[in-house]
Design a protein around this ligand. Structure first.
Ligand code: PLP
Length: 427
């Protein structure tokens, strides 16, 4: 029955299902450990022979309930929370890659992801080829190697607002026998469910719209259960051969469609940590309860702001896929017919100093290292989030030096526009 609910109902009712006499609201299990009556019961848990909680680094009931809600929203079969979006993307790949392997990734991904894949994974022996997501299928095929293990991209890229052709990327991945992993942070499952278009695994920085109130950093990994690991057994030995660190269990045969998340929990969480605190999971759950109300308002406000900026003589350009003339309008209409998100990018006429002057003039829109939040906020990637990139890398990632990332909140749109108006008047 729960799976038949519409997405709005899942936002409210998904995850925590209280039994008779249990708390109506998801309890915060602020406990590192769980008690058992005899030694054998606990032993079975360690052997993955029985289900149950023993240590919060591996699993916690509060965290699991919230992971189950996000899994339901995405239409997946299994999911897990992580302590950050960075941890989610790292685990999503490291769960199926090891030293000597290679991945293919869109070059327009979030700056933190770009560093993680291009620099840190490289130090661990995993190489990444960054590709232009708008390139043709044939061109993209050229990035693959025999040791390629995954394709990674963002549904709506942060901050260049490139909309991914999910079907093209899914075909690309599947034709090369590897899964497509999609970071769905900006679209959220309210506006796009990548599994419906062929993606195999979805990740999130829940820090953004899912939390929505800038309260807790967090991440999530959701598996569609659709990728057949055994059909490509030689590529994914971690899932298809016995794990000696877990009594010789072969995840793909023992856990079927749950294999990927079970391995990520039993092996990566066990060894690397990065779990959210149950308190943060609780806060995330409160945010999720209104996600379906907030996303349409973000889109509605952003559309008004984009139209206003687009018509303004001091604005050089606006990139918002909701605008009919936008390069990505058709892809947005296809994959996100109800709207994309509240984030857009634009440039003001003038030089870099003009952009900075304009930003400093804003009163309602705050300069913060954050995005996709209930409160309108603004950032200049070239001087903030992406400042470690060279001019060349910035250009490749679709980030011009004048690019201003504007995250439209859920205040009254007229107040947001008035704020822009007075700041534009001052330059
Ligand atoms: C913010 C962000 C991340 C990183 O998430 P954190 O929660 O900050 O670790 C990853 N991907 C995208 C698209 C993001 O916007």
């Amino acid at each position: 029955m729960e799976n038949d609910y519409r997405i709005e109902t899942k936002c409210i009712q998904g995850g925590w299902q209280p039994k008779c006499g249990e708390p109506r609201v998801l309890p915060i299990y602020q406990s590192t450990t769980f008690k058992y009556d005899d030694s054998d019961q606990m032993g079975k848990l360690f052997d993955l022979e029985a289900e149950g909680y023993f240590y919060t680094r591996l699993q916690n009931p509060t965290n699991d309930a919230v992971a189950a809600k996000i899994t339901a929203l995405e239409g997946g079969v299994a999911g897990m929370l992580t302590s950050s979006g960075q941890a989610a993307n790292y685990y999503a790949l490291f769960n199926i890659c090891e030293a000597g392997d290679h991945i293919v990734c869109s070059n327009s991904v979030y700056g933190g992801t770009f560093n993680l894949f291009g620099t840190t994974l490289k130090k661990q022996g995993i190489e990444c080829t960054f590709v232009n997501p708008d390139a043709s299928y044939e061109e993209l095929c050229g990035a693959f190697r025999p040791n390629t293990k995954a394709v990674f991209a963002e549904t709506i890229a942060n901050p260049s607002i490139v909309i991914l052709d999910i079907e093209k990327f899914a075909k690309l991945a599947h034709d090369h026998g590897v899964p497509l992993i999609v970071d769905n942070t900006f679209a959220t499952p309210i506006n796009c469910r990548p599994f419906e278009w062929g993606a195999d695994i979805v990740t999130h920085s829940t820090t953004k719209y899912m939390d929505g109130h800038a309260m807790a950093v967090g991440g999530a990994i959701i598996d569609s259960g659709n990728f057949d690991w055994m059909a490509h057994a030689d590529k994914f030995p971690g899932l298809t051969t016995p794990d000696e660190s877990y009594h010789g269990i072969t995840y793909a045969t023992k856990f079927g469609r749950q294999a990927y998340i079970t391995k990520a929990t039993a092996q990566l969480m066990r060894d690397l940590g990065s779990i959210p605190s149950p308190m943060n999971a609780f806060l995330l759950n409160v945010g999720l309860e209104t996600l379906h109300l907030r996303m349409p308002r973000h889109c509605e406000n952003a559309m008004k702001v984009a139209e206003y900026l687009d018509a303004h003589e001091k604005v050089a350009w606006v990139n918002y896929a909701g605008l009919p003339g936008n390069k990505y309008h058709a892809l947005a209409e296809k994959y996100m017919p109800n709207g994309t998100c509240g984030v857009m990018a634009f440039g003001v006429k003038g030089d870099r100093a003009t952009a900075v002057k304009f930003m400093d003039q804003l009163k309602l829109a705050a300069i913060v290292t954050h995005v996709a939040d209930a409160r309108t906020c603004i950032l200049h990637p070239a001087s903030h989030t992406h400042r470690q990139m060279t001019e060349e890398q910035l250009e490749e990632a679709g980030i011009s030096p004048d690019l201003i990332r504007f995250s439209v909140g859920i205040e009254n749109a007229d107040d947001i526009i008035s704020d822009l108006e007075q700041a534009l008047a001052a330059i």
